[in-house]
Design a protein around this ligand. Structure first.
Ligand code: IMP
Length: 187
């Protein structure tokens, strides 16, 4: 892995797509919306590791309802435009979700293959309801019909990093969402 790492590009030279403040404003609005829609109920937030960790941390604190977290991890099939669609579960949820109100929390809804797989997997656990929150939605890249119920921003087909999102595991801690100067190979 280490010897295949691409050269480091300083995030400071990348264009900012959304600033910290813009992100915080949208997360607050979605947290408020969820708090109103699920009023009086408890919810389970299921984050998709690792990209959604930061969004989930902020969203959970913007929701004023009783909520718990869980996390799943899936294998990456690569980011080729024509994907095999093979998504594999690496880490399942820790606690049962049967009869619970569940929101899957994702960083980016891109081709939709990951969330399509996870949605079916979670539905098999028979939750009372299942919705999807994503920080970013690249609608034009969709290969399967799936939509998110809560979206911070719909974005064009550009490769982005920051706010939990990586390129080769880097840049997750960058506070703004920034555009990689060149699309990574295979994207
Ligand atoms: P999908 O299955 O194609 O919808 O893939 C979604 C996953 O691909 C996301 O959870 C991200 O981890 C990753 N991904 C897609 N686009 C980007 C991007 O622009 N930056 C970083 N990760 C991305």
């Amino acid at each position: 892995m280490a010897n295949t790492l691409p050269p480091y590009v300083a995030p400071e030279i990348m264009d900012v797509l959304y600033t910290q403040d813009q992100i915080a404003e949208r997360v607050r609005a979605i947290g408020k919306q969820i708090s109103e829609e699920y009023k009086g109920q408890s919810i389970v937030l299921i984050g998709v590791l690792k990209g959604a960790a930061i969004f989930l941390a902020d969203l959970a604190r913007a929701i004023t309802l009783d909520n718990t977290f869980d996390f799943v991890a899936v294998s990456s099939y690569g980011r080729a435009r024509v994907s095999s669609g093979a998504v594999k579960l690496i880490k399942d949820i820790d606690n049962p979700i049967e009869g619970k109100h569940v929101i899957i929390v994702e960083d980016i809804l891109d081709t939709g293959l990951t969330l399509n797989y996870l949605r079916d997997l979670m539905l098999a656990h028979k939750p009372a309801s299942l919705k999807i929150a994503t920080c970013l939605d690249k609608a034009e890249r969709r290969l399967v019909p799936i939509h998110a119920d809560y979206v911070c921003f719909e974005i064009p087909d550009r490769f982005v990093i920051g706010y939990g999102m990586d390129y080769a595991e880097r840049y997750r801690g960058v506070q703004d969402i920034r555009i990689m100067p060149e699309d990574p190979p295979g994207h």
